[in-house]
Ligand binder design. Sequence first.
Ligand code: ZN
Length: 383
Amino acid sequence: MPQTEIGTSDRLLAELRGWVERETPSTDPKAVNGLLDVAERELRGVGALVERHPSGREGYGDTLIARTPPEAPWGDGPCVMVAGHVDTVWDHGMLAGPMPFRIEGDRAYGPGIYDMKAGSFMAFHSFREILRQKIPTKRPITLLLTPDEEVGSPTSRAHIEREAERAAAVLIPEPAGGLTGSCVTGRKGTGSFTVKVHGRSAHAGGNWSEGRSAVVALSRLILTIHGMTDLDRGVTTNCAPIWGGTRSNVIPPEAGCRVDFRVPSLEEGARVVAAIRALAGEPEDGIRIEITGGLNRPPFPETEATLALHARAQALAQAAGYALPKQHRGGGSDGNFTAVMGVPTLDGLGCTGAGAHAPTEHIRWPDLAPRCAVLCGLMETLG
Ligand SMILES: [Zn+2]
């Protein structure tokens, strides 16, 4: 068990509720920064060294970085880095509408509670209590609270990578794997494309032969890209959303779609990216296809160092009275960025629950304290 006094799950849930009841869509920097203000006040209050980095781009919140002071009992040198996002996929109005914060038995519901306010709160709480209680740690601790993970971390990625360069290990309290509570030792790489198809409009009755339908060309392209899915190789593609055309009596001059893809390795990533980009150009008279995009999060490989981190976490979990299995996940996280740099990274250290990105999103709240014990124990003892 950690030396830090963490408190009970009830106590954690009461404060976490305040985080959930501040809605923080990735797209609303004021809302995201409002929650960061709350965290910053608390962290400064216990003596953390806090930096706020404005995104420098319109439409994104800040990145908050908090460090233990470079003195006893925390010391100097390579740190243990903990990174969580405070943005969610939910727009404003979910709390007042279909997703009010509520507790039903073991479940606590609310927008973003599972992905990943519970985990980010656990990281914040552990860090705050280590400082407040002056608990010695083997290494300095760096905490990142980021504003834009759910939209690919465009503004926080540079901070995450820069801090990871100085880190001995990275802990990511993204949601635990369902009710088994698995943590994550590997993830697929993820990427996306935007496809734009240009055709030629014409009257759908009088001049049909002069038209070139962008919608038909896009449809062929979608079938080709969808067909690149290879479940045995761990490659998936998904075309959505799609758009095109103006009226039913006009041959559509424009159409397009977004493409999401997932790959198990950098080699597969390069292969899929090349195959999709090769579809751009002028496949037939009057049709032109533009494709932009590529790999965003590189694959997060399972390494010996990751497995060693998992073994440490398992030992702490056992002391807290539960098993901590591991899993690989199709979804990406900020752990992909640090893992591919070769920094030992353990992910999925957040709370148990289900329904990420779905209206049924919830955590199993009695697990807050035992899950936080493992995260806090790792922060204290990783060497
Ligand atoms: Zn997340």
